[in-house]
Design a protein around this ligand. Structure first.
Ligand SMILES: NC(=O)c1ccc[n+]([C@@H]2O[C@H](COP(=O)([O-])OP(=O)(O)OC[C@H]3O[C@@H](n4cnc5c(N)ncnc54)[C@H](OP(=O)(O)O)[C@@H]3O)[C@@H](O)[C@H]2O)c1
Length: 314
C-alpha cells in the first residue's frame, strides 16, 4: 500500500526534525516524510534527504508555497519559529497561511504545535506580571493559543499539541548552569518549589508521530512532557550527571525579567505563569499519555546522560 505523506514544517528544526527522523526510523510504518525548509541546499536539509525524506522548499510567509508543499499530503505538522522574530502577529499570520493551505489541499490530519493562551488565566488587567507588546502576557504562548481558533474556524482536522520546555535550552538557549559569585554552579529557574514540565526536544517529534497514528485525536487538545521537575530536582540531576555540585538559583520572576537578554521579559512571565498555575499546566501534560504516544520518551536523567557534554558551563 502507498505510504501516507506527512508534510513537516520546521523539518530542519528541533520539533519537525524529531518528527521526520521518527517517521524515517519506522520504515515499516504507514507514513512517508516530506521535509519542508526554506533552503533545500542546507546541510540539515541534505542530511534529511540522505535519511530518506522528500525535501521540498517552503516559506510559511508565502501562502502559495505552503499550498504547493501540502499538496497530496495526508498529514501536516505545523510549527512557527517565534524566537527568530519575536513577533506574535507574524506567528498568527503564518498559522493562518498553514491552516488555509491544509484546508485547500484537503489534508486529513494537522498537528499544530501550540501552547496555552495565558491570558485565559492572567487577563491583561491582572498586574501580577507586566503586559508585553501591548496585548500579551506571554507573547510566544498567547499568539499560538490564540491561533488555535484559526484552525478550528476553518474546520481543519487538527490535533492541538501543547508542547513543553525543551531541556535542550540548557545547550542552545543559554540556560545551562552558571557560576555565581560564590563560585558555585547555579541552575537558574524562577519558579520557587513549583514543577516545570520539560521534555527532550527530539521527543516532541516522536510524540507528534504518535499523534499522527491516532486519528481519534483529531479535534482534541493534547499535551506532552517527559517529566515534571522542580528547579531543585533539576539541579540535583545536573549534580549527578556532571559530577559537580549544581545548586538551584531560585531567583524571582521579576529578577529574571530584568536579565536583559532578548525575550527575558517573555520568559520571566512564562515561568511565573508555569509556577502560579502549576497544577493546570502539569495536568495538561500527562506523562503516561506522552509515553503512550512515544514509548522512547526520555527522563531528564536519561537526556542528561546523553547530552551532558554539550551543556556549556558558564
Ligand atoms: N525552546 C523551548 O523550550 C520551546 C518549548 C515549546 C515550544 N517552543 C516553540 O518552538 C518553536 C520553534 O520550533 P523548533 O524549536 O522546532 O524550531 P527551531 O529548531 O528553532 O528551527 C526553526 C525551524 O523553523 C523553520 N522556519 C523558520 N521560519 C520559516 C519560514 N518562514 N518558512 C519555513 N520554515 C521556517 C526553519 O527552517 P529553515 O531554516 O530550514 O527554513 C527551522 O526548521 C517556537 O515557536 C517556540 O516558541 C519552544
Amino acid at each position: 500500500m502507498a505510504k501516507k505523506t506527512i508534510a513537516v514544517v520546521g523539518a530542519t528544526g528541533a520539533q519537525g526534525g524529531g518528527l521526520v527522523r521518527a517517521i524515517l526510523a519506522d520504515p515499516s510504518g504507514e507514513f512517508a516524510a516530506r521535509a519542508l525548509t526554506r533552503d533545500v541546499t542546507s546541510e540539515k536539509a541534505k542530511a534529511l534527504a540522505t535519511l530518506g525524506a522528500e525535501v521540498v522548499a517552503v516559506n510559511i510567509d508565502d501562502a502559495a508555497s505552503v499550498r504547493r508543499a501540502f499538496e497530496g499530503a495526508h498529514g501536516a505538522f505545523c510549527v512557527t519559529a517565534f524566537w527568530e522574530h519575536f513577533s506574535p502577529e507574524k506567528e498568527q499570520a503564518q498559522a493562518r497561511v498553514m491552516a488555509q493551505a491544509a484546508k485547500d489541499a484537503g489534508v486529513k490530519h494537522v498537528v499544530w504545535s501550540t501552547l496555552e493562551d495565558t491570558r485565559k488565566w492572567v487577563p491583561l488587567t491582572d498586574t501580577r506580571m507586566p503586559t508585553l507588546q501591548g496585548k500579551y502576557k506571554v507573547p510566544h504562548f498567547d499568539a499560538k493559543g490564540e491561533a488555535n481558533a484559526i484552525f478550528s474556524g476553518l474546520s481543519v482536522p487538527t490535533t492541538f499539541l501543547n508542547t513543553s520546555f525543551y531541556w535542550d535550552n540548557l545547550i542552545h538557549f543559554g540556560m545551562g548552569p552558571k557560576k555565581g559569585p560564590d563560585g558555585k554552579l547555579a541552575f537558574v529557574l524562577p519558579m520557587g518549589d513549583k514543577k516545570l514540565p520539560g521534555i527532550a526536544a527530539e521527543d516532541i517529534g516522536r510524540c507528534a508521530y504518535g499523534v499522527f497514528k491516532r486519528p481519534d485525536l483529531i479535534g482534541k487538545t493534547v499535551g506532552i512532557a517527559g517529566e515534571h521537575l522542580t528547579g531543585a530536582q533539576m539541579a540535583a540531576a545536573l549534580t549527578t550527571a556532571l559530577g559537580q555540585e549544581v545548586v538551584h538559583g531560585a531567583v524571582t520572576p521579576e529578577a529574571y525579567r530584568g536579565f536583559g537578554f532578548p525575550g527575558a521579559d517573555d520568559l520571566g512571565n512564562m515561568f511565573q505563569f508555569n509556577a502560579d498555575f502549576e497544577k493546570d499546566f502539569c495536568a495538561a501534560r500527562d506523562l503516561g499519555f506522552s509515553r503512550s504516544l512515544n514509548p522512547q520518551l526520555q527522563t531528564f536523567a536519561q537526556w542528561l546522560a546523553a547530552n551532558k557534554e554539550r551543556i556549556p558551563l558558564g
